[in-house]
Design a protein around this ligand. Sequence first.
Ligand code: 5GP
Length: 179
Amino acid sequence: MSEFTNSSLKVLFSAAQVQERIQEMGARITRDYQGKSLALVCVLKGASLFTADLMRAIDLPLTVDFIAVSSYGAASKSSGEVRILKDLDTSLKGRDVLVVEDIVDTGLTLNYLLDNFRRRDAASVQVAALLDKPERRLATVDVAYIGFTIPNEFVVGYGLDYAERYRNLPFVAILQPND
Ligand code: 5GP
C-alpha cells in the first residue's frame, strides 16, 4: 500500500495562525486593490477553504470564479502539462485578477494559469498563495501575496489533500509516513 497508509500529522500552522495570517493578507489586498476591478479566481479544489476565508477578509467589491485543473503525470508531481477540467464562467477582460492558490510548489501549474489568464485580456494578474515551497521551484513565478513559506514537506489540511482526504482539517499539517 501507499507510504502514507499508516501516517501521522504534525501541525505546522494552527487554525488560529492560519486565520490570523489570512486577515493580514486580506488587509493588504484591500489596500492594494482600492478602485480596481478585483476578480478572485479560486483554483479548485485545494484553494477552496483559503478563498472562502480570504474573500471575507477583503473589504472591497469583488467577484469570485472557479477553475479546476489537473496536471498530467504522477499524483504528487507536476509534469508541467496542465489540463483545464472546469473553466471560468465569466470573462476576465479588463479585470484585475487575483489567482488564489493553495500552494506553489514547482510553480508549473501557476505558470500555465498566469499565461492563460493574461491572454484573456485581464488588466492585471497577480497571485495570492497560502503556502510557498520555494525549494522545489522549476518555473519562475511572481507571487505577490504569500501566507507562509514552508520547507520541502508534503502538507495536508485546510483544503489540501492526500488522496482526497484531510481537506476539512482547519489547520495545515505535515503528513509523515510511519514505519
Ligand atoms: P506545482 O505546479 O506548483 O508543482 O503544484 C501545485 C499543486 O500541487 C498545488 O496546487 C497542490 O494541489 C499540489 N501540491 C504541491 N505541493 C503539495 C503538498 O505539499 N501537499 C498537497 N496536498 N498538495 C501539494
